[in-house]
Design a protein around this ligand. Structure first.
Ligand code: URA
Ligand code: CA
Length: 433
């Protein structure tokens, strides 16, 4: 087999066989196929798309390119959750302890942020001492004792995806349905959970800018899940404005604690209930999402979920004092308000651009190797649909640099105030196989 023939085949819109896909993934992972040939293939896939069968074959080849984790020694049905990416998406920090507090086993591998999207690992590391690397034995022991641990992707999990993702990032081939579906599902399958809840985001702050594309991505991933024997459900959620009020690592930990204390932003809490109740049902701890929601509401209001978060922080070496005193995490040198230039209704808050503003402050990475500043970010005081007076603060900027002129300009360009506003619908659809 010659790689150049396979590139030509895909370039001309033909279908690659399982053998051909296995050849490509195996040899690319082993450095036998160079980046420039893979780049050409990725661009051909971007334009010509793949059939469901090709996507499934690619996903399985990627999942089997490295370690496949065996979680069978853990008790119960293991449920994982994954988002296709968002801005200010604090849900995992809340969901992991919330769902675990009603008895679901959550053995979760999370990722880091890149570009304007945040990553759960970076947020957890904002908690002093929190370890995201545990040995397999420690991980399994903690989950068996406490039902929950959130760790980084182990070194050799889906190495094909690590190489491909880095290549896609620099060849303008990230936002492709077959490439996103295979990237996410290969990692989920290799990570060993029995059931998977996917949050497929749509809107300005997501890879899928419209609902039709999000629906196709969701359907593709749920059918791959089924073929791989993992029960998979996808929630299509809105990411046109940032989720919740906080964007930035420490700020989102504080937001998670406040939410677990019962004082969270409405949209963030609702997303946690929607995703969480699906997780509870998949784990067979409730017969319906309605019943699951009541269990989760009870866990939140009784403080049981917050206790679980404390336990999770303690188990992973973190400083639990932050739960009593979240303000310990707010160490940015400057806090600057952004006053509204006119009165009216907030009609637009462009999620990805606010994500970029947070990244410019140091909350995110431009490239994979950038260091990040956990303390900085944005805290919104207004969301779409809220009324605002002239001069009233739209948000607070948490910064460690004094010159904010560029950030302020970007923020003003991407927050609109007008006479009318339409609140976005939070959950567009739920896709099951
Ligand atoms: N998240 C992933 O893990 N992979 C993608 O391709 C996009 C989002
Ligand atoms: Ca948030």
């Amino acid at each position: 087999m010659r790689m150049v023939d396979l590139i030509e085949k895909k370039r001309d819109g033909k279908t690659l066989t399982k053998n051909e896909i296995d050849y490509i993934i195996t040899n690319y992972t082993n450095n036998q196929i160079p980046d420039y040939q893979l780049s050409a293939l990725l661009m051909a896939i971007f334009y010509q798309d793949m059939t469901d069968e090709e996507i499934t074959n690619m996903t399985l080849a990627m999942a089997n390119s490295g370690d496949v984790i065996d979680l069978t020694s853990l008790n119960g049905i293991k449920v994982d959750k994954h988002s296709t990416g968002g801005v200010g998406d604090t849900t995992t920090l809340i969901l992991a302890p919330l769902v675990a507090s009603v008895g679901v086993t959550v053995a979760k591998m999370s990722g880091r942020g890149l570009g304007y999207t945040g990553g759960t690992l970076d947020k957890l590391e904002a908690i002093p001492g929190f370890k995201i690397e545990l040995s397999d034995e420690e991980f399994i022991r903690i989950v068996n004792e406490s039902q929950v641990a959130v760790i980084g992707q182990s070194g050799n999990l889906a190495p094909a995806d690590k190489k491909l993702y880095a290549l896609r990032d620099v060849t303008a081939t990230v936002d492709s349905i077959p490439l996103i579906a295979s990237s996410i599902m290969s990692k989920k399958i290799a990570a060993g959970a029995d059931a998977i809840v996917l949050d497929v985001t749509t809107g300005d702050g997501a890879f899928m800018k419209n609902i039709e594309d999000a629906r196709r991505l969701a359907k593709t991933m749920t059918s791959i899940g089924k073929l791989a024997n993992r029960q998979t459900i996808a929630v299509i959620s809105d990411m046109s404005e940032p989720l919740g009020e906080a964007i930035g690592n420490s700020l989102e930990v504080v937001e998670a604690i406040e939410t677990l204390q019962g004082n969270g932003p409405e949209d963030l809490i609702e997303m946690c209930y929607v995703l969480g109740s699906q997780m509870v049902v998949l784990a067979k701890k409730a017969d319906s999402v309605e019943e699951a929601r009541v269990m989760l509401q009870e866990a939140l209001t009784s403080g049981k979920a917050l206790e679980k978060f404390k336990e999770m922080i303690q188990n992973q070496g973190g400083d639990i004092r932050v739960v009593e005193k979240p303000e310990l995490l707010l160490t940015a040198r400057y806090q600057v308000e952004l006053p509204a230039k006119s009165a009216g209704l907030v009609s637009k808050i462009v999620a990805n651009e606010l994500g970029i503003a947070a990244m410019m402050l140091g909350a995110g990475r431009k490239t994979k190797d950038d260091a990040i500043d956990h303390a900085v970010g944005l805290k919104l005081h207004k969301k779409i649909g809220d009324s605002v007076q002239e001069g009233e603060s739209l948000l607070t900027i948490y910064s460690n640099t004094e010159d904010l002129s560029q950030v302020v300009e970007l923020l003003y360009q991407n927050i609109e105030i007008s006479d009318s506003a339409k609140k976005p619908i939070l959950v567009h659809d739920i896709i099951t196989e």
